[in-house]
Design a binder for this molecule. Structure first.
Ligand SMILES: *Cc1c(COP(=O)(O)O)cnc(C)c1O
Length: 377
């Protein structure tokens, strides 16, 4: 029987991609020469152009982080009242609504995609509903067609938290082309990052000036402050980090793909383990590799696997446990009731994100798979 010793160094779920230091410093030295550090500088403009092309979207506005981008996006759309969203996400999603005085209404998730279940949205629409906020969890697209048709029928806006969906395309169309707006995050833990950062992607030209105003305090010109803006600007230093990472993106993406394929090969047909879905017309972001562990068939539960792997210095993550609908801030909302969210409650106790990042050694990936096999009862 294979014997595996605990790894010498901790293996985390992700590890930030970094450029060669001298390449980063070369861009930084240009910033030093210009002495322009923020407020739509040259690096900011260049990064915006490059990302617009890479993500195949007509408009893109950079932000200091994804959460502020989402807060500003909701504000720019001028929505009010209730917004139908998913409980199975990072806290930033419902918080962005709450910061806009919008009320999150939690919809259950689809057991296959783990995204908001488009078939359950209509039942939650009231006279107060103004928008649907979907999350492309782990980079798997929501049912964008069905969601848009519901929105059209009821006159609702559609917003996507695409924080995990960098580079995701459906039939060659960039994910940021769906809905009224999409947010993408450039936090250090994401596939592409600027240490802290994010962006809004959209198609409507009219949104551009609104968003640019809102992210700069609402300042229209030296004489006029036109709206209640916030400070959402990305600095030149952060933009420089993003620019210096662009050339590593393809390599990082391919390396993650190789790792995902090893997990798939080694964990397929393991009773009680469900692998993330793959679809031929959808490109993956390889942002996470979430498996689901059904204790009845696997013989032990997700928490046991999580704890045992820790003993070997492997730090998996239970994203997104607990559900947002269980937070003290949201648990008393009627839609947060457990009976309304059966799939979300089941999946949140089954999901486990395995380590995936470019310089994760493939032997280590094989060892992690062997450990999981050994844990099966
Ligand atoms: C990372 C993440 C965010 C937040 O992005 P920040 O850039 O860290 O503010 C929002 N939603 C989801 C689903 C995320 O994973």
């Amino acid at each position: 029987m294979t014997k595996i010793l605990p790894f010498e160094n901790p293996i985390y779920v992700t590890r930030p991609l970094l450029p060669k230091l001298d390449e980063f410093l070369a861009i930084i030295s240009e910033i030093w020469d210009d002495r322009w550090l923020t407020n739509n500088g040259k690096k900011h403009q260049l990064l915006e152009e490059k990302l617009k092309g890479l993500l195949k979207v007509p408009y893109l506005s950079l932000f200091n982080n994804g959460t502020i981008a989402l807060v500003v996006g909701c504000k720019a759309l001028g929505i009010s009242g209730e917004v139908i969203t998913t409980p199975f996400t990072f806290p930033a999603t419902p918080h962005a609504l709450a910061w806009n005085n919008l009320k999150p209404v939690f919809c259950d998730i689809d057991p296959l995609t783990m995204n908001i279940d488009a078939h359950k949205i209509e039942d939650l629409i009231t006279s107060q509903t103004s928008a649907i906020l979907g999350v492309h969890v782990y980079g798997t697209p929501c049912d964008v067609i069905k969601i848009q048709s519901i929105a059209d029928m009821y006159g609702l806006k559609v917003i996507y938290d695409a924080a995990h969906a960098f580079l995701v395309e459906i039939d060659g169309v960039g994910i940021g082309n769906y809905g009224d707006l999409s947010m993408v995050s450039f936090h250090a833990t994401k596939l592409f990052h600027t240490a802290e950062g994010g962006a809004l992607m959209y198609k409507d030209e009219k949104l551009k000036s609104k968003i640019e105003l809102l992210k700069n305090f609402g300042i229209k010109n030296e004489e006029e402050v036109a709206s209640i803006g916030i400070n959402g600007k990305m600095s030149e230093i952060h933009a420089a980090l993003g620019l210096s990472l662009l050339k590593y993106l393809q390599q990082e993406y391919e390396a993650r793909k190789r790792i995902a394929n090893i997990y798939r090969e080694r964990l397929t047909n393991v009773e009680g383990i469900t692998l993330p879905i793959e679809r031929l017309n959808i490109t993956s972001s390889y942002q996470y590799f979430p498996i689901r562990i059904n204790s009845k068939y696997f013989g032990c539960d997700r928490d046991f696997v999580y704890t045992e792997l820790k003993k070997y210095n492997v730090f998996t993550r239970k994203y997104f446990y607990p559900l947002c609908s269980e937070y003290p801030s949201y648990k008393d909302i009627p839609s947060a009731n457990k009976q309304n969210l059966p799939n979300a409650h089941q999946i949140v106790n089954e999901v486990l994100c395995l380590p995936i990042y470019g310089d994760l050694n493939t032997d280590t990936v094989h060892d992690i798979c062997t450990l999981i096999h050994l844990l099966q009862r």
